[in-house]
Design a protein around this ligand. Sequence first.
Ligand code: SF4
Length: 355
Amino acid sequence: METSDHTSKQKIKVGIPRALHYYRYFPFWKKLLEELDVEIVLSPPTNKKIVEEGVTHGFGELCIPVKIYYGHVLKLVRDNPDLDYIFVPRYVAEVKEAYFCPKFLSLPDVIKILPGIPKILNFEVNVKEFPIATSAIELGKEVGRTQNQALNAYREAQKYFDEYHRFLREGASVNHALRLVQRNLPFKLPKKKSKGDIRFLLLGHAYNLFDTFINLDFQKKLKDQGVDVITIENLPEFIFKEPVIVNPRGGGLRNYWKHEEEIMQSIRYFMREGRDEIDGVIFLISFACGPDSLISELIMRDMKVVGLPFLEITMDEHSGEAGLLTRVESFVEMVRRKKKKLMLESNKAKSVKSL
Ligand code: SF4
């Protein structure tokens, strides 16, 4: 088997940008690369400079998460001139029925034209064409490992990733779980300080929900106002088994995008059996995101049908703290009043019945 000349070196150093799919797949990547005896360097959490630099290199129409990714790549490369590779996976399809957004399909190609970029370490996920294990073997080959070593690393990574998902389904927040992964700590839920009186489902791509710089620490704003938050990562697995058929009476359409399908599946659950588990829904979307703006309209209609309060917030690099806080506060207040009113009405109905 052909191997690269890295076998003679001590440890290969690979930079991982803390952006985009980092918020979804980092535990898997970390385990996989560490099992392959690779040293990982992570870019710092997003900050103003990273955003500014990303915006400078991204063309105008691009969504903010991809511009931020550019910023992270450039920061990593500048701070670590000794990097052997930069890890830029190409996510095409993780299931046979749906694709990732086209921005992910072309990511390695657009990153390699940025200035001063080292070699790209690719990891292509496209189960429509080949199993993920094949990509693990290719990755292992690139860093000088045998096929068996790569397959073992892949199995370990998948095992760890399953454990990580079980932890999220127990109720852990993604940010807490990622901190444990980074520090190599066991998965343990934090002690709950207080319980909010209302509960929201927060929807959106992981990079919008868990990058606290770009979303202006949105979840903290909700928690400060006594709101409990769940995200789709916390929901049970069975919700994501059945596809969502949009407009079944008019011939039926299936969702083309992987993540948008998951959002629609969770919405369908809360429209039916999970209706009483939440008091409202907030959808954080990026400016210029085609897939999200399509489903946002559908969600809004569904929420009207079941009477669940819904708020859509569009974020970009110019989003301001004060405007966001005002919108969140008034939404929370409206939901709280609605809940109180419903409770009063239901108590009245009960007392009339018992007369
Ligand atoms: S799904 Fe939307 S936000 Fe995400 S990369 Fe694609 S266009 Fe950007």
